[in-house]
Each structure stands twice: as structure tokens, then as C-alpha cells.
Design a protein around this ligand. Structure first.
Ligand code: SAH
Ligand code: SF4
Ligand code: F3S
Length: 483
């Protein structure tokens, strides 16, 4: 017994304590384990990662895929056939959780037929203690559960599961740690998301994100620049900078730096041709940023500026820390400085206490701003947030009626905004084949709209000049023009 402990201790001494070296060590260990299994079964082993939620999660999933591929797993798009199924979950709205439980039940039945199958759950939903309790009780077949703060430890957790044969659960409440230089696999060769900050400190009263993503922390600008330079060397021409509130980037750094300054540094990277970012919080959007955007040749003509509600009274209850007038003033400033900017937004309908007058204020903002598009959400009660216990929760039929009216207004306006560009020639980045028609390619305009035009696969990842012949409401049909 004593001897065994000694050997374990000795083996443990070889495990690096610093990151990312420690994770590269575990990637090697997992690789050895998997190689044995493949040898034994005489076949390759596959994985399928399903991502729910926002672009933060999409980027996290690319990190998971990077680690899985280094270990030696091969991607399998059909989760029913995969040996390792990973759900990267979202919990921003109630129905997001229900969907995960539903799909998980189905996975459990499939797992019974494949003794080697592993199931991992991670992401925002796992940061909620009730969720983990429920999984522990009713979904015993899940192999691995981890949260948003320790995603970088994926390889270590896999090894721990492989060696113990038991359900492994590792959830951290919060972290101040940012681990750099881990592998990551990009979904597109020519564009990539880049995290510039993690977490959120805003505590909008309806929102669960600050509880599941922890406190706001900005990445070191040097690490961001290094990552983007590497991406550029690797053929990436467009980056999307990601953060819950990019306008407060850099405030907590040892040497504070503004988001606008960071953008200027990124602009200097040669092969990067397009820079996008999200999300901007109206309360922190600076004049400096507007100026930098106006002068930039690379920052895209698109700003996602969630308004959430048009009523100052509701905005206050939402803890958004701006008024309707401030928001409209900001929009005017932006439009004056950058006339061709496309503005998009998020709107919540049916927040507790919302009256018909409040809702009319929202419609008024929609009409005044003329959004190019808007994501509209029905308010969802998230246990643990202040709004969940507010008085005046709105009956379903009232919310549905308002939602319908809002959607109609938003759609009419976006069709009108889209039609404005009909007939113009725009530079687009060709992204993919059209999903419905193989002969068509799909390209993205600087303002984030899509155009479908005849072309072939060789164009993917390249820029092209396309005439927008016909506006179809929220996209275009066009033709390449030679310049
Ligand atoms: N950080 C971003 C938003 C992240 S969540 C921002 O501040 O804009 C994306 C969107 O989900 C939010 O903008 C909001 O419109 C919506 N949302 C968040 N919590 C919600 C809830 N409880 N019910 C309905 N929609 C919600
Ligand atoms: Fe949620 Fe508000 Fe933070 Fe956005 S800024 S993630 S809506 S708390
Ligand atoms: Fe959802 Fe988490 Fe994003 S809750 S919206 S995946 S930060």
C-alpha cells in the first residue's frame, strides 16, 4: 500500500504545475489512453460538440474541439454515432435548459448501445448548482460536468474520467485566471472569434450571465495581438472581438487601455482586413470609439447596440444605467459620424411591470433608430436574478400580443433598410455555399448582411465585389462584378 502511494506521488511529481504546460501533459496522457482503446477496438474514436447560446460559447467550443483533435478524436457531425458527445450549454433563457434535458434523455438511450460512449456537459448552465444537483440525481450516465471557468482543463478532466471510470464534476464559482496558448480549432479558415474579455459586471436585473460567467476580466492586449497575428499568418482575414461589454475593455488591466486603443492596435496588423466586435453596452460607448470607427478602414460598418427597452422607467428597473434620451442621443452621434453604419439591437418584451405605455416607448425607439435588424426576446424569468422576484410579472397573452406587434414593426423597418442598398456594388467576404442552392455562394457585407450570388467553392475566404440586384427583405440576390 505504502509503495503504491509512493509511486503515485512520484508520477504526480512529473505533472507540470504551470499552465498551459500542465494541459499539454494531460493531452499526451489522454492521447496514450485513447490510442490503447483504438488499438483494442481496431477503429477510430469520434466526437460531436453541440453549442448552445452566444458567440462566447461558440469560441469556447472551438477550444474544446482543438483539445479533442490533439488527443486524437475525429469529428462526427451526427451525435448519435459519436463516441464522445459534448454539450456546451447556455442558460440565458428558461427554455434553453429544457432543451438540454430533453436531448440528454435521448442521449442516455443511445449510450446504452455504445459501451464506450462518453457524455460531457459544460458551459453556463453547469454554473447553476440546481442543474448539477439534478444531473447527479437523474442523469447518472453523464461522464463529465464542468463549468465556464475551467474549460481550459478539459484534457485533465478527460484523463481523470478515463482513469477513474466515475462521473467527474468540476465547477468553479469564479476565477481571475486566464490561460493563454492552448490549442483551438477554427470553424472557418478565414475568420475567427477572439475573446478580449471574459465575464460581466453589469448585473442587468433580468440577466444570469454575470452569475455564470463571473467577474469581468480583460485579456492582456499583448496576448490578444499575438493571437490575431498568428491567425493572420494562418489565413484569417476577419476577426470578431468578443466580450459581454467590449466598451469597458481594459479598465481592470494593470496598465489600463481603452477598447478604442485596442482597436487601433489591431488595425495595424497587416493581413487582417475586417474587424468586428460584440457586444457594445450603450452606457460605456465612448466618443473615442466613434471617432476611431469613423476613421478606420477595417472596422466593419456595423454596431450591435442592445437597447432592451425604450422606456426609461423600465431601463432603470433593468439596471441598464442609461435613459431613452441618452440612447437616442448616442445613435444620433454615431449616425452623424458614420452615416453608412448599420445598427442592430436586442429587445426584451414583457419585463415585469411593463405597461402598454412602456411598450409604446420601445416601438418609438425602434421607429426612430430604424434598426437594420433586431433580436427580439420574450422576457424569461431566471431564478436568482433580481427581476425574477419583481412584482408585476406580465401574463403570457399580453406579452405574446406585444411581441407580435414588435416583430412586425422590426421586420417592416429592416426590409426598408435592406432595400436602400439595392443596386449598389459592395465588397463581400465569401463565406460558404448557399445552404439551399449549390450553385450559389454566400458573402457577407461589411454591414453584416448576406448576399447570395452565382459562384464556386474557390471563392471561399476571398473578397469579391458583388452587385446587390434584388433585396429579399433581410438578404440579397446578386452578381459578381469585375472591377
Ligand atoms: N452582454 C450583452 C447580452 C448578452 S445576452 C448585452 O449586454 O447586450 C443576449 C441577449 O439576451 C440580451 O441582450 C437580452 O436581450 C437577452 N436576454 C438576457 N437575459 C434575458 C432574459 N432573462 N429574458 C429574455 N431575454 C434575455
Ligand atoms: Fe447580461 Fe447585462 Fe452583462 Fe449583457 S451587460 S451580459 S445583458 S448583465
Ligand atoms: Fe448563454 Fe452563457 Fe452566452 S448563458 S448567452 S452562452 S454567456
Amino acid at each position: 500500500m505504502e509503495k503504491k502511494t509512493l509511486i503515485t506521488a512520484e508520477a504526480e511529481m512529473q505533472i507540470p504545475v504551470t499552465e498551459p504546460e500542465r494541459q499539454y501533459y494531460f493531452i499526451e496522457k489522454a492521447k496514450e489512453n485513447l490510442a490503447k482503446l483504438m488499438e483494442q477496438e481496431k477503429r477510430s474514436f469520434t466526437f460531436c460538440v453541440t453549442t448552445f447560446g452566444c458567440q462566447m460559447n461558440a469560441r469556447d467550443s472551438e477550444k474544446l474541439v482543438g483539445i479533442l483533435e490533439q488527443i486524437g478524436y475525429v469529428e462526427e457531425p451526427d451525435e448519435e454515432k459519436a463516441d464522445f458527445v459534448i454539450y456546451n450549454t447556455c442558460t440565458v433563457r428558461e427554455n434553453a435548459n429544457q432543451r438540454v434535458y430533453g436531448r440528454l434523455g435521448q442521449l442516455g438511450r443511445i449510450k446504452k448501445k455504445n459501451p464506450h460512449m462518453m457524455i460531457a456537459l459544460c458551459g453556463c448552465m453547469m454554473q447553476e448548482p440546481e442543474v448539477v444537483e439534478k444531473l447527479k440525481k437523474s442523469y447518472r450516465f453523464v461522464d463529465l460536468i464542468f463549468g465556464t471557468h475551467n474549460i481550459y482543463k478539459f484534457a485533465e478532466l478527460i484523463v481523470s474520467r478515463m482513469n477513474s471510470g466515475k462521473m467527474v464534476i468540476d465547477i468553479w464559482k469564479d476565477t481571475d485566471k486566464i490561460v493563454e496558448d492552448l490549442p483551438s480549432e477554427r470553424k472557418y479558415p478565414f475568420k475567427s472569434g477572439v475573446n478580449i474579455m471574459f465575464g460581466c459586471n453589469n448585473f442587468c436585473s433580468y440577466c444570469i450571465v454575470p452569475y455564470v460567467r463571473g467577474r469581468e476580466r480583460s485579456r492582456d492586449p499583448k496576448a490578444i495581438i499575438r493571437e490575431i497575428e498568428r491567425l493572420a499568418e494562418d489565413g484569417v482575414v476577419e476577426v470578431m472581438l468578443l466580450g459581454q461589454n467590449v466598451n469597458s475593455y481594459g479598465k481592470t488591466l494593470e496598465h489600463p487601455m481603452s477598447f478604442a486603443q485596442l482597436l487601433q492596435e489591431i488595425e495595424k496588423i497587416d493581413k487582417i482586413e475586417r474587424i468586428r466586435f460584440m457586444t457594445s453596452h450603450p452606457k460605456d460607448l465612448s466618443d473615442e470609439l466613434i471617432e476611431v470607427m469613423a476613421q478606420s478602414k477595417k472596422i466593419c460598418r456595423h454596431l450591435h447596440l442592445p437597447v432592451q427597452s425604450g422606456s426609461t422607467r423600465i431601463l432603470e428597473k433593468m439596471n441598464r444605467r442609461y435613459t431613452k434620451e441618452h440612447y437616442l442621443g448616442l445613435v444620433e452621434k454615431i449616425r452623424t459620424a458614420i452615416p453608412d453604419i448599420s445598427l442592430t439591437t436586442d429587445i426584451i418584451v414583457g419585463f415585469p411591470g411593463e405597461t402598454e405605455e412602456d411598450f409604446q416607448e420601445t416601438l418609438d425607439v425602434v421607429r426612430k433608430v430604424e434598426y437594420d435588424s433586431a433580436f427580439t426576446f420574450i422576457y424569461s424569468k431566471r431564478t436568482g436574478t433580481p427581476a425574477a422576484v419583481m412584482e408585476g410579472q406580465i401574463p403570457d397573452e399580453v406579452v405574446k400580443d406585444r411581441f407580435g406587434r414588435l416583430l412586425e414593426e422590426v421586420q417592416t423597418i429592416s426590409a426598408r433598410m435592406c432595400a436602400k442598398h439595392e443596386g449598389t456594388v459592395q465588397r463581400v467576404l465569401v463565406e460558404s455555399h448557399n445552404e439551399h442552392d449549390e450553385r450559389l455562394m454566400t458573402g457577407r457585407l461589411s454591414n453584416n448582411l448576406l448576399v447570395h450570388f452565382p459562384g464556386d467553392e474557390s471563392m471561399i475566404g476571398k473578397f469579391a465585389d458583388v452587385r446587390l440586384d434584388e433585396c429579399k427583405g433581410f438578404y440579397y440576390i446578386g452578381k459578381i462584378v469585375e472591377k
